[in-house]
Design a protein around this ligand. Structure first.
Ligand code: AMP
Length: 409
């Protein structure tokens, strides 16, 4: 399927093609025609499914056909729970709308309000906002809602979790009654259905299973390990479990090269693909991997985007990605089309933040297993210098605490 078939105009098709998308994701294939028809929508979709383009593309098209927003007004309001998400959505609007006249702005709390007020003065066609700051701006007369014809509630479940329900209700009461409403949520809980009832008008319901909840076909597991022993653990697992084909992700090109070198030293045939390799080298590496002469293909996230290998049995996160969504992309390479797959992460203490972000995103705790002989040592630095008599107890306590956090981790 192509983006044209969904009814999108040339400037939008060109913008997505510039971005490198070759075909619409399942959520986009469903939502774009519905939004273009002006219908209300209730979509069950998580981050990582391409949902943002699923509403941004058709909204841009609808607004391009209308006169621009007047001073201090907006035509489309997108409400999101966090400033990060707001900024991401705004970036998507800029990217997909680069060949259009439609303009946009983003407002969120935690930063000065004055520049945002100035920005709204001339009117913005699409306004992306977090609820609290939007109400502040409204109360200060910086924005009027009279001309809003489209409302998007993105990550509605998270907004409820974060206690935004009162702000949302206040905002809804201020909007014009006749408008198109789009609600996106990762779950359709009772609370969400309740919210939807008072908001949506004969909505079309769509639902997509994100790649990551191939949970039934992919087993996620993580092994806590010291950073400097990751290669050793990887080769141990490869040999112990007789891996014949595993795609291993590293964060950097340098890390990929280093890992390949070390694996080859212990007779595990590995090759790397990343941005510094020529197309010919990448194709050759991929072919050898597919044919089985190379057991381990080490890749960086960017290089792995285009890889399509049927029924990849094992994906390993040698390093956790900095961006949680990349975990979803990485894992999407195994357990495809109903085949079973394993997603294994080797996690060192310094990666706990990334781990927490990933688990929050995929909404589940990954099963932990410490491999015998690879229990991590405690290397976390002691911050203060307690008196000698306190030191023993304190270090024992902190040792216990750390161990507990490893076990939980
Ligand atoms: P989202 O679920 O909207 O956060 O999107 C997840 C990621 O998928 C983003 O990095 C998008 O740039 C990317 N993406 C969105 N649509 C497509 C598509 N049709 N083809 C490939 N990548 C896409």
């Amino acid at each position: 399927m192509t983006f044209e078939v969904l009814g999108l105009t040339t400037p939008l098709v060109k913008a997505v093609s510039d971005k490198g998308y070759t075909e619409p994701s399942p959520i986009q294939a469903q939502t774009i025609p519905i939004v273009l028809q002006g219908k209300d929508l209730m979509a069950c979709a998580q981050t990582g499914t391409g949902k943002t383009a699923g509403f941004v593309l058709p909204i841009l098209q609808l607004l391009e056909a209308k006169p621009s927003a007047k001073n201090n007004r907006t035509l489309c309001l997108v409400l999101t729970p966090t400033r990060e998400l707001a900024a991401q959505i705004h970036q998507s609007i800029l990217t997909y709308g680069k060949y259009l006249r439609v303009n946009s702005a983003v407002v969120f709390g935690g930063v000065k309000i004055n520049p945002q007020m100035m920005r709204l003065r001339g009117g913005v066609d699409i306004l992306v906002a977090t609820p609290g700051r939007l109400l502040d701006l409204y109360q200060q007369n910086a924005i009027k809602f009279n001309d809003i014809s489209i409302l998007v509630l993105d990550e509605a479940d998270r907004m409820l979790d974060m206690g935004f329900i009162h702000d949302i209700k206040k905002i809804l009461a201020l909007l014009p009654k006749v408008r198109q409403n789009l609600l996106f949520s990762a779950t359709f809980s009772n609370d969400i259905r309740q919210l939807a009832k008072g908001l949506l008008n004969h909505p079309v319901e769509v639902s997509v299973t994100p790649e990551v909840t191939t949970a039934e076909t992919v087993t996620h597991k993580l092994h806590m390990v010291d950073k400097n022993r990751k290669t050793e653990l990887l080769s141990y697992l490869c040999q112990r479990d007789g891996w014949h084909q595993a795609l291993v992700f590293t964060r950097t090109k340098h890390g990929a090269n280093k890992l390949v070198k070390l694996l080859n030293q212990v007779n595990i045939h590995a090759l790397a693909i990343h941005g510094n390799k020529s197309q010919a080298q990448r194709t050759k590496a991929l072919d050898s991997f597919k044919q089985g002469s190379v057991k381990i293909l080490v890749a960086t996230d960017i290089a792995a985007r285009g890889i399509d290998i049927d029924q990849l049995p094992i994906v390993v996160n040698f390093d956790l990605p900095n961006v949680a969504e990349d975990y979803v992309h990485r894992i999407g390479r195994t357990g495809r089309a109903g085949s079973s797959g394993q997603a294994i992460s080797l996690v060192s203490y310094d990666e706990m933040k990334q781990l927490r972000d990933i688990e929050r995103l995929i909404r589940c705790n990954i099963e932990r297993e410490i491999i015998e002989g690879f229990k991590p040592d405690n290397t976390r630095p002691v911050v203060s210098s307690p008196a000698p008599h306190q030191q023993r107890n304190r270090s024992r306590n902190s040792q216990q605490r750390r161990e507990r956090s490893y076990e939980k981790a």
